[in-house]
Ligand binder design. Structure first.
Ligand SMILES: Nc1nc2c(ncn2[C@@H]2O[C@H](COP(=O)(O)OP(=O)(O)OP(=O)(O)O)[C@@H](O)[C@H]2O)c(=O)[nH]1
Ligand SMILES: [Mg+2]
Length: 424
């Protein structure tokens, strides 16, 4: 009998038994979504998940300009009118390490150096009343729920040609508006979940606590939830549970010439932002316009640009493509480890940096992140701190001098480690 005849026969059987085809299809897809029995009791594996940074702020404050500066490309449209961004922009941004990756690649004789990346997400601007549908509303915040950190851009530069949605520059007032909208978006999200009968046990208890906190006008992260409590509501992606980096977008001149005063002003503003959590939130000075401008100039032109502003230039580590990812790394307790040195040239010609999250990763799990075969054939790992490796004559030299450690599968990787896994 041809296959289609079998299928028709099956449908008739279902119809006779009173089940609808829809129910049958739902049953098949639901079954497919179930993990294979063998993996059901395994911890959820998030090894390949990228750390995401979501950019929020009022419209026209410089979010997309900063996004372009951080990604060092002109991806997002950044024009002088509110709601220029409608659809989210995403881009990987390299994790800087003061040139360690390049130096390791040169030492290892690799042809390529591949940097670990964070993922940056730029969304539309939030306005007062977004929770009631003002501006572009707040539905686009769903994209930010998937992020690990919020980068909150605040306009502090004065430029009469650039429209401000409230008609005046007020960093603290603007931050309060955006924070309140994030809080209201969370409150609606939590209440929708609490209305469902499927929300019970620890999830219901924790969400009730969070609701109370939000109603009082405090971000959920001020509750200091335990690890278990946090896990029970993790899938909600609550915005006010995420750590925040406030990016004060200052004037070019303020960043170059009045840096100390600008830092002082930003610190003082942090103290006055209403829903700011001084324990967990952090801040950084950026000049989105300056960084986007110099990103398009040659070295010579950049020198002239700085000269025209009466400055010798800006150390690279003060530029946001360096400072912001480093801040994210510190805030989330991420670590950067390297592979490549020590691998025979016939097997690989690439030195790579890898960003690892919390809790710290064991060597055996890391092997799985590289390749399933490396994990299943794991024998041991050779480990050395990258700074110590770079001090010497190369990998072979470090090995013969006995500076490499031999570690087993339980070894917990440390920030800055260079690891070479031996496998069968
Ligand atoms: N003078 C000055 N202008 C800036 C600065 N940052 C951004 N701008 C200008 O402000 C305007 C808006 O910048 P965008 O990056 O599009 O702002 P946005 O926050 O993404 O705006 P929406 O997508 O509409 O929410 C552009 O014309 C930028 O050139 C800055 O630091 N100084
Ligand atoms: Mg934009």
């Amino acid at each position: 009998m041809p296959l289609s005849a079998y299928f028709r026969f099956f449908i008739v059987l279902l119809w006779i038994s009173g089940a609808s085809v829809d129910a049958y299809i739902t049953a098949i897809t639901a079954n497919r979504r179930q993990p294979h029995r063998q993996y059901r009791n395994w911890p959820r594996c998030n090894l390949s998940m990228k750390t995401k940074v979501g950019v929020v702020g009022l419209p026209n404050v410089g979010k997309s300009t900063l996004f372009n500066a951080l990604s060092r490309q002109s991806i997002a449209a950044a024009e002088n009118y509110p709601f220029c961004t409608i659809e989210p922009n995403t881009s990987p941004i390299a994790m800087p390490d003061d040139g360690r990756l390049e130096r390791l690649a040169v030492m290892a004789g690799s042809r390529r150096a591949v940097s670990a990346t964070l993922e940056l997400v730029d969304v539309a601007g939030l306005v007062k009343g977004a929770s009631r549908g003002e501006g572009l509303g707040n539905k686009f915040l769903a994209t930010i729920r998937e992020c690990d950190v919020i980068l909150h851009v605040i306009r502090t530069y004065v430029d009469d040609d650039i429209v401000h949605v409230h008609g005046r520059v007020d960093p603290v007032g603007d931050a309060d508006v955006v924070n309140l909208e994030l809080l209201l978006a969370d409150l609606a999200h939590v209440q929708r979940r609490l209305d469902r009968r499927t929300c019970n046990g620890i999830e219901r208890d924790v969400l009730s606590k969070v609701e109370e906190c939000l109603v009082e006008g405090r971000p959920a992260r001020t509750l200091g939830l335990s690890l278990e409590e946090g896990q029970s509501i993790k899938s909600m992606g609550l915005l006010t549970l995420k750590p925040v980096i406030y990016a004060f977008n200052v004037d070019e001149v303020d960043l170059l010439l009045d840096r100390e005063e600008s830092l002082q002003r930003a610190k003082e503003s942090m103290g006055r932002i209403q829903y700011c959590d001084p324990e967990k939130d952090s801040f950084v000075l950026v000049s989105a316009k300056l960084e986007a401008d110099i990103g398009e100039l040659s070295e010579n032109e950049t020198a002239k640009y700085f000269e025209s502003l009466g400055s010798d230039g800006l150390p690279d580590n003060l530029l946001s493509h360096n400072s912001v990812p480093k801040l994210v790394k510190d805030m989330l307790g991420l670590s950067l480890v390297y592979t490549g040195p020590g691998v025979p040239a016939s097997r690989s010609q690439t030195t790579k940096s890898h960003l690892l999250g919390q809790p710290a990763m064991r060597a055996h799990d890391f092997a799985g992140r590289l390749h399933g075969d490396i994990q299943s054939g794991f024998m041991q790992a050779e480990v050395i701190d990258s700074a110590s490796l770079l001090e010497g004559e190369g990998y072979a030299g470090a090995k013969s001098a006995g500076r490499l450690r031999t570690e087993g599968r339980e070894y917990t990787l440390q920030d800055g480690d260079v690891i070479l896994i031996k496998w069968k």
